[in-house]
Design a protein around this ligand. Structure first.
Ligand code: C5P
Ligand code: MG
Length: 212
């Protein structure tokens, strides 16, 4: 018997480049046709390594923009499970606690999984599992401005801590790992998550893959 069909789309790019927005837009529009049970968005951030054994002081020092900060092996195993029709438990992540919470979210197998995260295309083993991949090529100054506002408003950070983290890890890791991973993307999207044509192209591709 063939394994149940599951289309996996990866959306990557710099922090605050519009990944979540385009993922959400595609999700909202496709679930009207497919039904809420048949599509899900998974955030790569849920797969940061568990740091619950570390002190808060140690956790803030972690480089959250290095590929090693992610438990990509767990993400790979979970994607394989979904592709073979099994339910998975996704860790819940807290940006204020800097670790996974004890709680998990269960995801039943879907026709479409939209994965979004900064480091998805840096991992060759993960890349094998994507049916299509997208790199959000939003100018870095725009990303930084958005991140500063978001982290202060939504992730309980101070302006000083956002600026210092940006200089120490976010920007250097983007240049070292994330930007070079653009070469592995099928589609490069300028201007961010509101790019309507890119959204439509992706939706059409997903529908085409589902019809196969
Ligand atoms: O939503 P976005 O793609 O911006 O989320 C990824 C960013 O979250 C990374 O650039 C990383 O620096 C940041 N992060 C953080 N603190 C954590 C975990 C991730 O600032 N505990
Ligand atoms: Mg995001």
């Amino acid at each position: 018997m063939n394994s149940p069909q599951c289309v996996v789309i990866a959306i990557t790019g710099a922090s605050a480049s519009g990944k979540s927005l385009i993922a959400r837009t595609i999700y909202d529009e496709l679930r009207r046709d497919l039904g809420t049970e048949q599509i899900a968005v998974i955030n790569e951030d849920a797969y940061y390594h568990d740091q619950s054994h570390m002190t808060m002081e140690e956790r803030v020092k972690t480089n959250y923009d290095h590929p090693k900060s992610m438990d990509h092996e767990l993400l790979r195993q979970d994607l394989l499970k979904l592709k073979s029709g099994k339910e998975i438990q996704i860790p819940k992540y807290s940006y204020t606690e800097h670790t996974r919470l004890a709680d998990t979210t269960s995801i039943t197998p879907k026709k479409v999984i939209i994965l979004e995260g900064i480091l998805l295309l840096t991992d060759p083993k993960l890349r094998e599992l994507f049916d299509a991949s997208v790199f959000m090529d939003t100018p870095l100054d725009i990303c930084f401005l958005r991140r500063l506002q978001r982290d202060v408003e939504e992730r309980e950070r101070t302006m000083e801590s956002v600026i210092s983290q940006y200089k120490q890890t976010v920007r250097p890791m983007f240049l070292q790992f994330i930007e070079p991973s653009k070469q592995h993307a099928d589609i490069i999207v300028p201007r961010g998550g509101k790019n309507r044509i890119a959204t439509d192209i992706l939706k059409t591709r997903i529908q085409h893959l589902l019809a196969k």
